[in-house]
Ligand binder design. Structure first.
Ligand code: AMP
Length: 242
């Protein structure tokens, strides 16, 4: 029997089964969404994308959705309090007990401090702390990555006109829906989003580098290479404490 196979978390889950919680950090366009979907399918843990959640509110055309869209189309962040409430509700659901992957959250120091306390309070880390994967991508390629990006409005899968095209023009390989360009992937909003990232999110990279299990992965490598490196990192820390 392995040294740790008998350990159980407060909810009775075997710690050897736990994955993360995983935080994916990286500038918009670094490939977080693509990688998060793969990790989610491979390890059978939920993919929690705050951006996807906000876009679902926008599609539902609720008052809240309209408010979110205002922030998103300016390339600004939705206020911390609202984002944290939405994340709290999601990660307390039962399917998150074995672990989950956060994509696009946290994005500010306030969100980070809240998250660390919240996970500890609800025993959601199994004592091991979070696993942070930083997809590092130079700024030069980002404009091209973001402006060529296409996504499926139905399943959320991401494509790129030149680097990761669908099998048939503008059609999702998975469910056949017509692909769209995100409203906030226009040149003006991209510029704002990158500025927002630099000012509010980039400092988190240095914070996590010195706190807990941190892996920097070259996000400019082909997507399959990045995925393999991520799996190696996650397999290496399964069931291990920080
Ligand atoms: P994303 O799909 O992650 O690029 O997010 C799209 C937009 O949703 C961002 O530009 C923000 O306006 C908003 N958003 C997503 N996640 C967060 C977050 N953690 N905090 C604040 N705003 C967010």
């Amino acid at each position: 029997m392995s040294r740790i196979s008998h350990l159980e978390g407060p909810q009775g889950h075997h710690e050897i089964d736990r994955v993360g919680p995983v935080i994916l950090l990286g500038v918009p366009g670094a490939g977080k969404g693509t990688q998060a979907k793969r990790i989610s399918a491979h390890y059978q843990i939920p993919h929690i994308s705050t951006g996807d959640m906000f876009r679902a509110f926008v599609r539902a055309e609720t008052t809240r959705g309209r408010q979110f869209w205002e922030y998103m189309q300016r390339g600004e962040l939705v206020p911390d309090k609202i984002v944290c409430e939405i994340v709290a509700e999601r990660v307390l659901q039962r399917d998150c007990q074995r672990g989950f992957i956060l994509d696009g959250f946290p994005r500010t120091v306030t969100q980070t401090e809240w998250l660390i306390k919240f996970l500890a309070k609800h025993h959601l880390t199994g004592g091991g702390g979070v696993v942070v994967l930083y997809l590092a991508v130079g700024y030069n390629s980002l404009f091209e990555r973001l402006s060529g990006r296409l996504s499926c409005p139905s399943c959320g899968r991401s494509y790129h006109r030149t680097t990761q095209p669908p099998k048939h023009d503008n059609v999702c390989d998975f469910d056949g829906a017509t692909l769209i360009q995100r409203g906030d992937d226009s040149p003006e909003v991209i510029r704002e989003r990158l500025t927002t990232y630099e000012q509010q999110t980039l400092p988190l990279v240095e914070y996590f580098r010195t706190h807990g299990r941190f892996y920097q992965i070259d996000g400019t490598e082909p997507a399959d290479v990045v995925t393999e490196r991520i799996y190696n990192a996650l397999d290496a820390c399964r069931g291990t404490a920080a």
